[in-house]
Write a protein that binds this ligand. Structure first.
Ligand code: SF4
Length: 239
């Protein structure tokens, strides 16, 4: 039985399947919807709001909103672009992101989105918060200066690693990522191979002793803008 249904994204007809989110259907169709807290292996969270689209004129997060027959999705209007740029700029000013000194540079999804959107310098003043580092673990390093509170590490540790190493504590500007130990990361069962480590979209959780193994300039988003892999599926549908 063909249970597929049609809807449109920016006027392009897309086929969806029951149970799919708008983002999943868009990915299959080779249409990139920008995202940060979303990760293919993790349950959708809808917290970063970068994937906000208009569905029949109403703002919805594409990572959580189910696709449905006949819906009209807007993904790339000037107004949506402005919302996404504002969100990304606010993430930059809320933390301490010094890309030129960060081992994640070139592989960082936040940096890559800023490049994709042509953000040169945020229009808001930097907050320069004081944030803690945790270098206690022999294999893993946490730099909360770069954390964007996306919750990927929390979901990956819980749902993929089966460990619950990470969790949020505090509220508002005091919200931060914490570890499941009285002291520090070294006292948890976090391990180098944990999916929670690789799920971090920025340089807030890093593996030790791999720094600059791949030179800056030869990294993932140095080669092609973020989202190019998804868009390539549309350009070459039979690859
Ligand atoms: S440490 Fe990384 S994965 Fe975890 S919430 Fe912060 S940015 Fe997201």
């Amino acid at each position: 039985m063909n249970d597929r249904f049609a809807f449109t994204i920016d006027g392009v007809e897309v086929q969806g399947r029951p149970g799919q989110t708008i983002m999943q259907a868009a990915d299959e169709a080779g249409i990139y919807i920008p995202r940060l807290c979303s990760h293919k292996e993790l349950a959708p969270h809808g917290s970063c709001r970068v994937c906000t689209v208009l569905v029949n004129g109403r703002p919805q997060t594409a990572c959580t909103q189910p696709a449905g027959p006949g819906i009209i999705v807007e993904n790339s209007s000037e107004a949506l672009l402005a919302i996404r740029c504002n969100l990304i700029e606010m993430l930059f000013i809320e933390g301490n992101h010094f890309c030129m000194f960060c081992e994640k540079s070139g592989n960082c999804e936040l940096q890559a989105l800023a490049y994709r959107f042509g953000i040169m310098a945020p229009k808001y003043p930097y907050l320069f918060p004081t944030r803690e580092l945790d270098a206690s673990h022999p294999d893993i390093f946490i730099d909360r200066n770069r954390c964007i509170l996306c919750g990927r590490c929390v979901r990956a540790s819980r749902d993929l690693d089966g460990k619950n190493v990470f969790q949020f504590v505090g509220r508002g500007p005091r919200k931060r990522i914490a570890v499941n130990a009285k002291t520090a990361l070294a006292d948890t069962d976090a391990a180098r191979a944990d999916k929670a480590v690789s799920a971090c979209p920025v340089g807030a959780i890093l593996r030790k002793r791999v720094g600059y193994g791949i030179p800056i300039g030869q990294r993932m988003y140095d080669a092609a803008p973020i989202g190019s892999d998804i868009e390539a599926a549309r350009a070459h549908p039979h690859k």
